[in-house]
Design a protein around this ligand. Structure first.
Ligand code: FES
Length: 70
């Protein structure tokens, strides 16, 4: 699904940038992908994807730590 129509950026591209470590905040997303740098209407949606992806990644890290410690 397209999140940023001005820059043709999809939800998957945003998630990939976060999961690859290329972006960890909105400033990174703006600099790397151009999200929210034109009309700004995608900012709220992009921020939600950012927060969800970071939360999911930290939960996965905790699960990996628990498996490694077991
Ligand atoms: S929709 Fe993303 S800057 Fe316009």
């Amino acid at each position: 699904m397209y999140v940023c129509l001005c820059k043709n950026i999809t939800c998957g591209q945003i998630r990939s940038a976060i999961e690859n470590g290329d972006a960890g905040n909105m400033r990174d997303l703006s600099q790397k992908l151009g999200v929210a740098t034109q009309c700004g209407k995608c900012g709220r949606c992009a921020r939600g994807i950012l927060q969800d992806t970071l939360t999911q990644r930290s939960q996965n890290d905790i699960q990996i730590e628990q498996v490694s410690a077991a």
